[in-house]
Design a protein around this ligand. Structure first.
Ligand code: SF4
Length: 277
């Protein structure tokens, strides 16, 4: 959200042990608390980090950079055990939230990891800003980008993720990352109203694989954190897109274009790290 209040903080730690959804990762890394992209379906809206935020501001109206993120990671990375970490960056913010352009915390963390590589790193984002760091990411032995693309329909995008890049821009970013030699996954998460075959055709030349998720399987709470998005889908006449098994039912449509080996599903798909090597 443009004009979000910036509230810097000093964090006590930068790596958080995983639990729940991310079973194959050992840690998450969140350089920021909060996120400026303001997606209607964001499950972080329903988490304590937003519900108990001390600023009294709506989600995405504040953003809190962990100013000591790089220093904390540099300290953690010196431990021998760091080489065995499998890191997901990030699960409750976007590491390329617009403030990253000036704060450069994610970039600083990548610089640390180039010197001390983890076992695996997946960067989860929807931001073209990640292109800035492509060369750094390419220097990591086992790293990949998971890039969110939820729909190819601009009206739907505006209704659910108005502060996110347009679909055409995201395709450009995917192409640029791939051209720089990076492993790239499109995270169709959550799958929003679109023409799945048309979306698959647009993604096919630019991604190694896609992982498809929906508002029930993907919010980590069986849909309980997806209430506002489900309500908006129904209000806009997209009832069929608010069904619990939407992602699973759509897999064959993506497989018909991309082939069976390039289409993964939900939690199992996000946790399958075999495509990184
Ligand atoms: S980019 Fe991710 S973390 Fe940020 S608002 Fe959207 S869904 Fe939430």
């Amino acid at each position: 959200m443009a004009g979000a209040r910036v509230v810097p903080r000093e964090a006590r730690q930068i790596l958080t042990r995983t639990g729940g959804y991310l079973t194959r990762f050992t840690h998450t890394l969140q350089p920021y608390v909060g996120c400026q992209f303001s997606c209607v379906y964001c499950y972080v809206r329903e988490m304590a980090v937003q519900k108990t935020n001390p600023y009294g501001l709506p989600f995405s109206a504040w953003i809190s950079p962990k100013r000591n993120a790089v220093e904390l990671l540099a300290r953690a990375a010196k431990r021998p055990s760091f080489a065995h970490t499998r890191i997901f960056c990030s699960s409750s913010t976007d590491p390329y939230t617009p403030l990253e352009r000036t704060e450069r915390l994610t970039r600083g963390c990548l610089e640390v990891m180039v010197e001390h590589p983890p076992e695996a790193l997946v960067l989860q984002t929807r931001s073209p800003l990640i292109e800035r760091d492509a060369e750094l990411i390419a220097r990591l032995p086992r790293a990949a980008v998971s890039f969110t693309v939820t729909t190819d329909d601009e009206a739907v995008r505006r209704a659910f993720e108005p502060d996110s890049p347009r679909f055409a821009r995201r395709i450009q970013v995917l192409a640029a990352l791939r051209a720089k030699g990076l492993r790239v996954q499109a995270a169709i998460s959550p799958l929003l109203p679109c023409d799945p075959e048309r979306l698959a055709v647009a993604l096919a030349p630019h991604v190694d694989r896609v992982v498809v998720d929906d508002l029930f399987a993907g919010d980590g709470a069986g849909g309980r954190r997806s209430g506002p998005a489900l309500e908006r889908l129904r209000a806009l006449g997209y009832e069929a897109w608010a069904e619990p098994d939407l992602a699973e039912r759509s897999l064959d449509r993506f497989r018909a274009v991309l082939g069976p080996d390039r289409v993964a599903h939900s939690q199992a798909g996000f946790n399958d790290l075999s495509w990184l090597t």
